[in-house]
Ligand binder design. Structure first.
Ligand SMILES: [Fe+2]
Ligand SMILES: [Fe+2]
Length: 684
């Protein structure tokens, strides 16, 4: 037995006449008329040193003793009673009471009987005490194990949920300190250098009782430091006193850190963080396990980590060695932490790879047209700025709206991919700056030039014949002047046709309907009698060319416009095939709706109003128009200065095409200034 035990025999005065005492005066035998007082006086003050008492009592006295001790629950008193009853009242005793009675006497006790009775009573008491202590210890162990298991399960769950690497380290250390009641702790992570050598980086540290500034530093990956030793050997170190390490200890404690920070490290538990393939990836170092030994009840682990160590006395009385059971428990925690850190790293790596892949793909598509290069990246940047600006709003329309980091990422991906579907569309249509494709326009011009030459040739022939005719006195009908006037008229008609077609080919909006202008041209063509060398009629402008030259607005005919507009459907179909995680599920939808207009005139679905068009798509619409307008000059389109682009957008807002509130944010936060038209150009 570890604790001091007090054994005493108490004999009530009334039963003394029944007992023959041995022939010596033991100080452990107390004979008294006040049994209760004598027993309570003898209960030791300190805990964990019980009083074993054998009581010789009458029935009445036993009643008193029993009720008193039951009421006040003297946990450190264990007693047995030898009861003297000569009146036969015992039948009324309850089972609870009977448990304390070791022997019932109705007659005298001889010396030998007295001594034997006492030995037997103490033996019984001791057995009972040992049984009870073991049972208590076992129960406590069971409770500890249960608590440890619950802690481990909860730690596993919470570590899996934390996605932010810094927050994860903080959480690991917090939980480790909480479990072990540690006052402070640090996390080191192993990093591999380019030459394959390793080093330990001090990544995070926190001490409950002392604010110690955190600075990252590295220590060599060798056995010279405590953390280094644990990292290289993969073994747990539980050091009960770092200032008095055993002479054969493989490590030494660097006292300078304590001196610098005015702290006293006493006890330490250092565990390796091993991943799923048993490889050490870091170390958790815990300092000063605490227990409030002076307090009313012993607290450890979960509650003790919040005990503040302030005075030297606190360090002496409240810091205790880390319990041995924490070695394996912390090993398990550290390994959960290692797996969480590695998962975190892997997720980050996959994310980075994916992001790089998306950006490379977008850059590749945009490189098809030098002039639009960087468009999607700039749109994504503008969208991110707009979302952050909305987050910043403290009043008004957007005061309750907050985009989380994940939602901003979702918007960014969607914006990066918004025009991805253009890869499916003939580049020539995008590049089409005039109503006719260059080759078609050239073809028309060739026909006109040919006609011009033919007419010249015809007149040259007629001129030759005319000369002959002029020599013929019979023929006075055609003078030289008439002849030249006729030729000039025809040639100037051809020139007129050429100029009018060139003019009509421009996508500028004219006052007159292009179809009317085209009708005029056709009339001139008809009057000009366009025949080839063999006298067959030449179709100067065919049906296809007529259709295109007749375009009222811009340079695209209906079919081409539809094809360009289909890029949002292609984007949607392509982006929907990517198995996005749930938090990115809206990416295809936002991208699909970036050309919808609030008044329902957009495409592809003529959605109307803020309910049908998500805010992310409305942001993208503003970013998209602004960048398309201000993007660099292209062969078919002039860049517009930012001020002009903003006034165009303003008009769009007034006409309920784009979201006026978002446009207001775009202007007020000067988001356009944050992006230059040359940003992200030629990204590859
Ligand atoms: Fe688009
Ligand atoms: Fe776009």
């Amino acid at each position: 037995m570890d604790n001091p035990v007090h054994r005493k025999v108490f004999i009530a005065k009334d039963v003394m006449s029944f007992i023959t005492l041995p022939n010596f005066n033991s100080e452990n035998i107390v004979s008294t008329s006040s049994i209760l007082e004598a027993v309570t006086d003898n209960i030791p003050a300190g805990k964990d040193s019980p009083l074993f008492a054998v009581l010789f009592l009458t029935v009445n006295e036993f009643d008193n003793v029993f009720y008193f001790f039951k009421k006040y629950k003297y946990s450190d008193l264990i007693y047995k009673v030898i009861l003297f009853d000569t009146k036969g009242t015992l039948n009324t005793f309850s089972d609870e009471k009977v448990e304390y009675i070791m022997e019932l006497r109705t007659s005298n006790l001889s010396v030998i009987e007295f001594q034997f009775t006492i030995r037997k009573a103490f033996h019984q008491i001791e057995n009972y005490y040992n049984f009870k202590t073991r049972k208590d210890e076992f129960l406590l162990q069971l409770l500890d194990t249960k608590q440890d298991q619950e802690d481990l399960i909860n730690i596993g769950k919470s570590l899996q949920l934390e996605k932010d690497p810094d927050k994860l380290l903080r959480l690991i250390l917090f939980l480790s300190k909480k479990i072990t009641g540690a006052d402070g702790g640090s996390i080191y992570l192993i990093e591999e250098l380019e030459d394959g050598k390793k080093q330990l980086r001090f990544r995070y540290s926190h001490t409950f009782s002392k604010e110690i500034p955190l600075e990252e530093f590295v220590i060599p990956f060798d056995k010279n430091s405590i953390a280094g030793y644990v990292a290289t050997t993969g073994t747990v170190m539980n050091l009960p006193d770092v200032y008095n390490l055993p002479p054969n200890s493989p490590v030494s404690f660097n006292t300078s850190i304590d001196r610098i920070h005015g702290y006293q490290s006493r006890t330490m538990l250092v565990v390796p963080m091993k991943n799923h393939i048993d490889e050490v990836i870091g170390v958790i170092q815990l300092i000063n396990s605490k227990e409030d030994l002076q307090g009313s009840s012993k607290i450890s682990g979960n509650e003790a980590f919040e005990i503040r160590l302030e005075t030297h006395e606190d360090f002496n009385t409240k810091v205790v060695p880390f319990e041995e059971r924490y070695n394996s428990l912390m090993e398990a925690v550290a390994s959960q932490a290692a797996i969480a850190i590695e998962n975190n790293r892997m997720i980050k790596q996959i994310q980075t790879q994916f992001e790089e892949f998306v950006k490379a793909s977008v850059a590749a598509i945009e490189s098809r047209d030098e002039a639009t290069s960087g468009h999607s990246f700039r749109v994504a940047e503008i969208c991110k700025h707009m979302a952050r600006a909305v987050n910043n709003e403290k009043k008004g329309q957007f005061k309750d709206m907050q985009f989380s980091d994940v939602e901003i990422k979702e918007l960014e991906y969607s914006a990066l991919l918004h025009d991805f579907g253009k890869v499916y569309i003939d580049l020539a249509i995008f590049m089409k700056g005039k109503k006719l494709f260059p080759k078609d326009f050239e073809n028309v011009m060739l026909k006109i030039n040919y006609l011009y030459r033919i007419i010249e040739l015809h007149f040259a022939e007629w001129e030759k014949d005319g000369m002959n005719r002029a020599l013929d006195p019979e023929n006075k009908s055609l003078t030289i002047n008439d002849f030249e006037a006729e030729r000039n008229k025809k040639l100037s008609s051809i020139k007129q046709i050429r100029d009018k077609i060139a003019e009509l080919n421009e996508p500028t909006v004219t006052d007159r309907d292009p179809k009317e202008i085209l009708a005029d041209i056709m009339k001139i063509i008809d009057e000009t009698c366009c025949l080839d060398m063999d006298g067959n009629a030449i179709e100067v402008i065919d049906a296809y060319e007529r259709e295109n030259l007749g375009i009222k607005r811009g340079s695209l005919n209906d079919e081409e416009r539809k094809e360009i507009e289909s890029h949002v459907i292609h984007t949607y179909n392509f982006v929907s095939k990517i198995p996005w995680p749930p938090e990115f599920k809206n990416i295809p939808e936002f991208a699909l709706k970036h050309h919808e207009k609030l008044d329902g005139t957009g495409y592809p679905n003529n959605l109307k109003g803020k309910d049908q068009i998500p805010i992310q798509a409305r942001m993208m619409a503003i970013a998209d128009i602004y960048d398309a307008l201000t993007a660099s000059d292209r062969p078919y389109k002039k860049a517009i200065p930012p001020e002009r682009a903003i006034s165009i957008l303003e008009e769009e807002a007034t006409r309920n095409k784009i979201d006026p509130d978002l446009f207001e944010i775009f202007v007020r936060y000067k988001i356009y200034e944050k992006i230059s038209k040359d940003d992200y150009r030629g990204m590859e």
